[in-house]
Each structure stands twice: as C-alpha cells, then as structure tokens.
Design a protein around this ligand. Structure first.
Ligand code: BG6
Length: 479
C-alpha cells in the first residue's frame, strides 16, 4: 500500500513571469519581474539606492521577457505534464495580463482569454489547476506610482484582481493561493512587496505595513472565494526553511526559536490563525517599532479573524542553522537569505543546503502548529544540466534529491501529518527568480535556451521525466 493517500495531488509548479514570455502580447502591461535584469547580480542591481525600475536594454538583458515562451507553447507543455501523469499543475496568473497597469477598473479580456485556454487545456488532460494569484509579478505601475504594497490602495486593486479571476474560474479551479512566499520580504521586499530602496524597502516600517496590507488583501480573497462556492480551497504560501540551533548553547536555542517565529511562522500565524501572534511585539521592537507605527483598523483585524486560509502551501528547498556567538563559522547562500554552514549537510551548486529530513521536520512543525492540511508547492534542485548530443539529460542528481524528499514526506504522513500534494518547482526548466539564469535548472523537461537567450526553445524529456512518471503511477516511491 502506498504511503500517500488516494487522490494525492502529484504535479509541478511554475510562475507566470518565469515561463510565459509574451510580455507585451495580448495587451499585457509590464510587471516588476520585467524590470529585473538577468544574471547573478540582479538582486545587487535592484538594491542600489537609485534603482527606479527603468528597463534599460542597452545595459542589461531581461530573460523574463521571453521566459520559455509558454505563452505560445502551453499546449505542448501541458501535454508533457499530462504524459508524466500530473494530477495538478500549479501556476500563477500574471496580474498585469489581467489589469495591465494594476489600477484599472475593467479587466483586459485578452489576458483572461489566455488563462481560459490554459485552464481548459489542463482540464482536458484531467489536470487540476492550482493557482497562485500573485507570484512576484506586481504590475510595474503599482510599484512605480504607488510605491508597492506599503500603499493601502493596493488592497483595493488586489481585491478587484482576485474577484475577477476567482469569479471567472470558480467552477473550474478548486485550489488557490493568495501570495507566493509572503514571508520572503523579511529578507528581500523587492519581489514580494514591489518595493526597492528608493521607495522605502530598507525601512522596516514599510515592510510591516506592506505585510499588513497583504494580510488584509488575502483575507478579502478568502471572503470572495467563500461567497462564490463552498468547495474552494484558498491557501497561504510560505517560504519555509527549517531552522536549527547550531548547538545546544541556550543562546543559540533562543535565537533559533526567534528565527522560527520571525521568519517561518509570522505570516502564517496571521493568515492561518487570523490574528497577530503575541511575539509580534518583540519582533516589531527589534526594529524600534510598535503597533502604533502601523495603520491597522479594527475592521481589518476582524476581517483577518473571520477569513483565515484553509490550507498551508509552502516551498521547501533547504534548512538553516543559527549561531549567535563569535565562533568562526562559514556562511552559506540560500533562497533570499544566508546562514551558517551546517557541517552535516551538502549543498547544491548554488550553495543551498540539501536536507530532506528538514522537510519531515517542517511538515511536523507546521501541522503541530496549525492542524490544517499542508501542501508542498515547491521543492527541487537547481543544477547545471549537461545534455548529450540528442539533448538527453541523465539527471540522477535531481532524482536523488527528489526521491529523498518524497521519502521524507512519506515519513511525515506516517507521523500523522495531513499532506494534500506535492508540486516540485520548475517542472519544466524556466528562468531563475534569484539569478535570472536559465542555467539553474529544476525541470523534468529540458528547454533548449541559454543564459544569453540563445537556443531553439525546443523541449526534451530528461531521465527524471520518466522517473517522476513512475512515481505518480505508483502513487509514491516503489518499496
Ligand atoms: C522560490 C520562488 O523562492 O524559489 C520561485 O517561489 C523560485 O519563484 C524558486 O524560482 C527557486 O528559486 P531560484 O532563485 O532558484 O529560481
């Protein structure tokens, strides 16, 4: 018997800005992702004090403009997902396709038509769409004119966007998430909150205000969904990095507890429990702030309480270790944050520490805390693939990584955790969010495109494609 429940949602995950391309087609407006240059320095460039979201093609390349051209090839790609046996496909809706500037009152019908087609194509293959309403792709005007999520007006614009897509697809799409990796702004507010240094990203007050506005917007989306149909599931989406104390030093243990609260739990606590946790006071004080510094109304707090999310979606790639003493420890890279090196773990080519057991711990920690269904909506290994002359990639390293994480999920289910599904990240190669590279690949499907934008864009099945096909067929790993 499989360790995984019947109806387990096996699939894969992507985001509009990283794969669609067609950035000026069908009336689409620009998004913040279109203004992020490609290359390892992209975060450094957008963190300059004078960065103002200008797209300068004479200076930089912008890989998100082309993505992997899913905009024109979605049928072929969804057919490949179906061939692997996907039960679900997680993707996001580009806000700027539907509301090109973000603040219009009427949606762009051509943009919606594209998602009609994508959703219908999934359903024709018995693949359930799982939609992220906002995944690092705020309409650029909302970042430039309104200064990003710190501005209260964005709640209204998001509500209109969410109402438009939820209403249009309520009868076809059951699974939704409101904001991708909402907590990532703790380290990097550019992508999640649309704020850069010149619009106040370095002022923590803005980050907390932006979060509050997003919590309210998220609760409004839940309310809309509830009113539309009783069987819609709306989740939050958290970047979860299991965190360990470096050792048994009580100082490190306390720092680790606080690291967990401040990063892994803060946003989920508000979105799942419907209220700010007690430690918010300490967290705000860390930055010299109190609740009085934020604009929060009683009506908004009541809304948060009334409309918590139904499930917890989260990404899991790696774990962190916390060390507060002066001992000399080397540091590691991570998705948006760093930490000290854990001597028990190996890391990916990009320095992300590989830790399948950490996923089992994450699942237990989250389920103990919330007792609501969990959904691993991102996980995977970013690696350099070397195709042979027939473009075949024997990616055993990726299979090993995923296999170990699937075993960890099976362990957590045996522990009693209610896990709904698993959608590995970048099920087809796409543009990296942190580095804008194509060479950091996650997919089961190889896309012939390099960091300079050269290549045929043709798709090829990797070894992991056939392996994952078997996993889904067996509803888990064979014994
Ligand atoms: C998550 C994001 O942080 O990690 C994705 O939700 C992103 O958008 C993924 O692509 C992997 O990160 P990267 O930087 O390797 O693309």
């Amino acid at each position: 018997m499989s360790a995984f429940p019947e109806g387990f949602l096996w699939g894969g995950a992507t985001a509009a800005n990283q794969l669609e391309g067609g950035y000026q087609e069908g009336g689409r407006g620009l998004s913040i992702a279109d203004a992020l240059p490609g290359g390892k320095d992209r975060f450094k460039i957008v963190s300059q004090p004078d960065f103002d979201w200008t797209i300068d093609e004479t200076k930089y390349t912008y890989p998100n403009h082309v993505g992997i051209d899913f905009y024109h090839r979605y049928k072929e790609d969804i057919a490949l997902f179906a061939e692997m046996g996907f039960k679900c496909y997680r993707f996001s809706i580009a806000w700027s396709r539907v509301f090109p500037n973000g603040d219009e009152t009427e949606p762009n019908e051509a943009g919606l038509k594209f998602y009609d087609n994508v959703i219908d194509e999934c359903l024709a293959h018995d693949i359930q769409p799982v939609i992220t309403i906002s995944h690092y792709e705020l309409p650029l005007d909302l970042a430039k004119k309104y200064g990003g999520w710190k501005n209260h007006y964005l709640i209204e614009f998001y509500e209109r966007f969410a109402r438009t897509v939820l209403t249009r697809y309520a009868d076809k799409v059951k699974y939704w998430m409101t904001f991708n990796e909402i907590n990532s702004a703790a380290h990097f507010p550019v992508m999640g909150q649309g704020m850069v240094p010149s619009t106040g990203a370095n002022d923590k007050k803005n980050v907390f205000q932006a979060w509050h506005n997003q919590f309210v917007a998220s609760a409004k989306a839940v309310k809309i969904a509830r009113e539309l149909r009783k069987d819609l599931h709306v989740g939050c989406m958290i970047l979860y990095a299991t965190s360990y104390s470096y050792d048994s030093n009580p100082k490190n243990q306390l720092a680790n507890l606080q690291q967990n609260q401040d990063f892994n739990f803060f946003c989920g606590d508000v979105q799942v429990r419907g209220e700010y946790p007690a430690y918010t006071k300490r967290l705000l004080a860390k930055y010299g702030l109190t609740f009085d510094d934020l604009q929060i109304t009683d009506g908004e707090l009541a809304l948060l309480k009334q409309y918590p999310v139904d499930y917890i979606g989260f990404s899991y790639y790696m774990s962190m270790a916390v060390e507060t003493t002066d001992r000399d420890t080397s540091t590691v890279a991570g998705n948006l944050m760093g930490g000290v090196k854990n001597p028990f773990l190996k890391a990916s080519d990009w320095g992300w520490q590989i830790d399948p057991t950490g996923l089992r711990i994450a699942l237990n920690e989250l389920y103990d805390r919330y007792q609501k269904p969990l959904f691993v909506v991102e996980n995977g290994l970013g690696a350099v693939d070397k195709p042979d002359e027939n473009f075949y990639v024997a990616d055993d390293y990726r299979i090993d990584y995923l296999k170990a994480h699937i075993k960890a999920m099976a362990g957590a289910i045996a522990d009693g955790v209610d896990l709904m599904g698993y959608t590995p990240w970048g099920c087809i190669d796409l543009v990296s969010a942190s580095t804008g590279e194509m060479s950091k690949r996650y997919g089961f499907i190889y896309v012939d495109l390099d960091d300079q934008g050269q290549g045929t864009l043709d798709r090829y099945r990797k070894k992991s494609f056939y392996w994952y096909q078997d996993v889904i067929k067996n509803n888990g790993l064979e014994k």
